[in-house]
Design a protein around this ligand. Structure first.
Ligand SMILES: Nc1nc2c(ncn2[C@@H]2O[C@H](COP(=O)(O)OP(=O)(O)OP(=O)(O)O)[C@@H](O)[C@H]2O)c(=O)[nH]1
Length: 423
């Protein structure tokens, strides 16, 4: 076993359709090589103590999560991150927000921009000079812990603005890998700002094989994507910075990389607060509705029909875009049927074992044998967590929905493996 990699046994609890004995649950076991340590085992263990007695109870059985939610704002240089942050700080959302600013370089400019705009006296702005994603990740841990230990009563949400050149993954990992952080703070969502005028160039930029394209990574990890700066104000006139065709092409490109995130157009980062705060991107009890709404509620996405026709639409673009950037893509599987639990377990275990490094995000709502309810799961790299979801309606079609985002995903083999799990 590689150094630092632990073989974790993750107990995912599944409610049997007719629980008559003490065996109310069957263990669905995912084995993962955990880059992120023990967090999953912790959350699964705590889930198991709830022991709901009915399928309905199962959907609400997750223990009350009292951890402070944290939102990570990411996006390329100049895409509008600080502008969005100021919009958040000056909006009416009833939350007291603590901000962690990451300023790369010695001169702290962004924090003064934030502070000068903020109308809320109690805002706590902490600045970290350096790149959160590399050398000073330890500082992020220290700051988060300092906030929750020393200023706990002064805020109820944390917003972290990363530098435009930051890879989001190490920041995301912090919420799972550091035991203390994961005990007090939960990642609520990753919001990525995209500069409509310049994003395509950054996304298409060809890098050496071992060099990360930050712009692509920032889109890939997002729960919410704001297509910012599509228009420009001159003397009360709104002038388009990009035309409809350019906007459509950019939207397709983004959906090709990340078919999971909801997208919205904005001027100066002006979006509704519930689009960016309280996203619940990693909450298992939100995944069911999220996976569904992701295919229907996006501003630019056409609604899926139940047989995945929407996906086929993307599929077309997928092959077109493939020529330009094959590295990071998303694959969605929407298919009716019931899956064999043991086969799913084997498949996902194998997948995270072999491809964990390359699997950025995955989410799914599936129908498994002998269960009256949905099973929902979500994962980040080698972390997988799952829980019984809402019961299926008596006449409801059991539509499985799975989304994978990652590097060099083999769509054909994912689909084949999924089919192999169908009963
Ligand atoms: N035209 C136009 N300008 C915008 C919009 N949003 C932000 N800007 C401007 O773009 C510039 C950069 O915005 P910031 O919010 O500082 O961008 P950032 O992502 O925080 O920038 P870095 O911290 O350098 O990465 C500022 O002058 C903003 O006023 C928009 O929707 N339209």
């Amino acid at each position: 076993m590689e150094e630092g990699l632990l073989l974790l046994r993750i107990e995912l609890l599944l409610l049997d359709s007719a629980p008559t004995t003490s065996e109310h649950f069957r263990g669905l076991q995912f084995f993962s090589r955990g880059r992120f340590g023990q967090h999953v085992a912790r959350s699964m263990v705590s889930s198991s103590t709830s022991r709901p007695d009915t399928a309905e109870a199962a959907s609400t059985a997750l223990p009350l999560d009292t951890r402070v939610p944290a939102t990570v704002i990411t996006g390329f240089l100049g895409s509008g991150k600080t502008t969005l942050l100021n919009h958040i700080l000056t909006s009416q959302h009833g939350k007291k927000i603590a901000v962690i600013e990451n300023e790369f370089g010695e001169v702290d400019i962004d924090s003064s921009l934030v502070a000068s705009h903020s109308s809320v006296a109690e805002d706590i702005v902490m600045v970290n000079n350096g790149c959160l994603c590399c050398t000073v990740r330890g500082d992020l841990v220290k700051m988060l812990l300092k906030l929750v230990k020393e200023k706990k009563d002064k805020f109820d949400h944390i917003v972290i603005e990363t530098t435009g050149l930051a890879k989001p993954s190490p920041v995301i990992e912090t919420f799972f890998s550091d035991e203390l952080v994961s005990r007090y703070v939960k990642l609520d969502g990753v919001v990525t700002l995209v500069d409509c005028k310049h994003a395509m160039r950054h996304l298409n930029e060809v890098k050496a094989r071992w060099v990360v394209n930050e712009a692509v990574e920032q889109v890939a990890y997002a729960d919410r994507i704001i297509l910012n700066k599509f228009a420009f104000m001159i003397l009360c006139w709104l002038v388009d910075l990009v035309n409809d065709a350019e906007l459509d092409a950019l939207t397709r490109k983004i959906k090709h990389i990340n078919g999971m995130a909801q997208t919205k157009r904005a001027k100066f980062g002006k979006v509704d607060m519930d689009f960016v705060l309280g996203v619940g991107g990693y909450d298992l009890d939100r995944i069911d509705s999220e996976v569904h709404s992701e295919s229907c509620h996006d501003e630019y996405q056409h609604c899926n029909d139940e047989h995945g026709h929407h996906h086929q639409l993307h599929h077309k673009h997928h092959h077109h875009d493939h020529k330009h950037d094959a590295a990071v893509t998303s694959v969605s599987i929407v298919s009716e049927g019931t899956l064999d639990l043991d086969e799913v377990n084997d498949w996902l275990e194998r997948l995270v074992d072999e491809k964990g490094e390359d699997l950025y995000r995955m989410k799914g709502v599936i129908s498994v044998n002998d269960s009256t309810g949905r099973f929902v799961f979500q994962g980040v790299h080698s972390i997988l967590e799952g829980f019984p979801g809402k019961p299926w309606g008596p006449d409801e079609k059991r539509i499985n929905k799975l989304v994978f985002i990652g590097r060099n995903l083999d769509e054909t083999s994912l689909r084949k493996a999924f089919k192999g799990c169908l009963l």
